[in-house]
Design a protein around this ligand. Structure first.
Ligand code: SAJ
Length: 435
């Protein structure tokens, strides 16, 4: 199938790089977002998210005229839905006494509805948003068929998950293998013809529900593996073992690859997606649910450990939290466990000053972000490493010492060399290390 014009709905972390990449690979692209701030930022040559290489890519796509941004769709050969699928903030489901989160599909629903007036025979519609199994056929298809056209005979419909890693999106978008699940074979093949414009990795065709499940399985697999690492860190502390040393030794086994424990699992993907499987089949997804609960509880374990450094009482204690993003070397604060740790420390009476090298002007209600590292540590008793940003990991303890009265350090991510810090005069504690 031949494509000249694509409409990408949702210009966030996935939609914007995808729209630009199509635009720089020979297609005319209309990028659509309902957020006026996103539209005006892009029209003024800026970007509203930070991702290495993205600014240049947007400039290239817009200055050539291949990418235009709009607040609603228009006629095109293909439509791509790349809107967020978070979970509902308030509502929760319960199965066997254990709570689980519920997917918020409103953005997908309204994106699909916005396509209906422009849908023509022969078009292709691709859902990219991570979604519960059968969303393509049970939610998106009936909405699109409200146009009077039938999915299959009249237009193509497919699900193709993004699998790119924040921080590496531009490279992974073209290099990763791409799964395209059609509601029928011609839909999958049409999807392949579209993504062949830029995908250099293998393109694997399947049906839409398998593609949805594949995406959820990938992130669930990672979530469960991080959960076991986090649980091991708790056990290690109980048994007086250093989890970091234990993992290093265990990983010498040729078939063992334990991930890193930390303050919890954040971001918009891994901490959300497994819930879509739990919600869809809570009776069959008990391990997945348990892993989510383990990871969600991890900030509490970090704070409990920190409390013990102060005789279990944090009232009036001055703490510096270093790193707030959901993972190293990104500016994304969504579902960040580091922020949860900060809030829990405050709930326990501590006064927390934070430093986040990637985010200076964002306001997080109730969280005090200081402009510089020096501001965050000049009046404190404890330095807590919460995110292993390279700039923080590379700090030289000898140079930190004169900037702070703190002599206690707590490393929640295994990012600092204990011996270096102790040699410089700090007392060093680490997540998952028993006394
Ligand atoms: N984390 C740990 N320990 C580890 C690895 C990660 O605690 O050993 C934490 C991170 O600090 C972070 C969270 O897990 O809080 C998730 O980070 P991540 O780097 O594992 O994943 P994301 O959310 O940035 O991206 C994931 C990727 N999925 C997989 O690796 C299976 C990416 O390929 C997906 O495209 C992305 O989710 C997505 O959009 O779904």
């Amino acid at each position: 199938m031949q494509f000249k014009k694509v409409c990408v709905i949702g210009l966030g972390y996935i939609g914007l790089p995808t729209a630009c990449t199509f635009a720089t690979h020979g297609l005319q692209v209309v990028g659509v977002d309902i957020n006026p701030h996103v539209i005006s930022t892009l029209k003024n040559g800026g970007i509203h998210i930070s991702e290495p290489g993205l600014r240049l890519l947007v400039q290239e796509a817009t200055s050539s005229g291949s990418l235009v941004v709009r607040d609603s769709p228009e006629d095109a050969d293909a439509f791509i839905i790349a809107v967020p699928t978070p979970f509902l903030e308030v509502d929760q489901g319960v199965y066997n006494g254990r709570s689980h989160r519920l997917a918020d599909m409103r953005a997908v629903k309204s994106a699909a509805e916005s396509i209906v007036p422009f849908l023509r025979a022969g078009n292709l519609v691709v859902l990219e948003s991570t979604s519960p199994p059968r969303t393509t056929i049970n939610l998106v298809q009936p909405i699109l068929e409200g146009s009077g056209l039938k999915a299959g005979p009249d237009f193509h419909l497919a699900y193709s998950p993004e699998r790119v890693l924040p921080g590496q999106i531009i490279r992974e978008l073209t290099e990763n293998a791409r799964v395209i699940g059609g509601i029928d074979r011609p839909s999958a093949e049409a999807g392949r013809d579209l993504y062949l414009h830029f995908v250099k990795g293998e393109i694997v065709l399947t049906d839409s529900t398998t593609a949805e499940m594949v995406k959820l399985m990938e992130n669930t697999y990672r979530d469960i593996n991080i959960a076991v690492a986090n649980e091991f860190s708790r056990l290690a502390r109980r048994f007086g073992v250093d989890i970091w040393e234990a993992i290093q030794i265990a990983n010498r086994h040729p078939r063992v690859k334990i991930l890193n424990p930390g303050p919890g699992v954040g971001g918009h993907c891994i901490s959300v997606d497994p819930w879509f499987l739990v919600e869809a089949a809570p009776d069959l997804a008990e391990l997945i649910s348990a892993a989510r609960h383990v990871n969600d509880a991890q900030p509490h374990f970090v704070v409990d450990h920190i409390k013990t450094l102060f005789g279990n009482d944090l009232h009036g204690r001055r703490v510096s939290a270093l790193g707030l993003a959901f993972k190293p070397d990104v500016d994304d604060l969504r579902e960040s466990p580091a922020i949860q740790v900060v809030k829990l420390l405050q709930e326990n009476g501590a006064m927390v000053h934070c430093y986040e090298p990637y985010v200076q002007d964002t306001v997080i209600p109730g969280v005090m972000i200081m402009p510089t590292l020096e501001d965050a540590i000049h009046d404190t008793e404890l330095l807590v490493l919460l995110v292993g940003h390279k700039a923080i990991r590379d700090l030289d303890p000898g140079q930190v010492l004169p900037l702070t009265p703190a002599r206690l350090v707590f490393d929640a991510v295994g990012g600092w060399d204990e011996h270096l810090w102790e040699k410089s005069g700090f007392t060093f504690y680490k997540l998952g290390v028993g006394e």
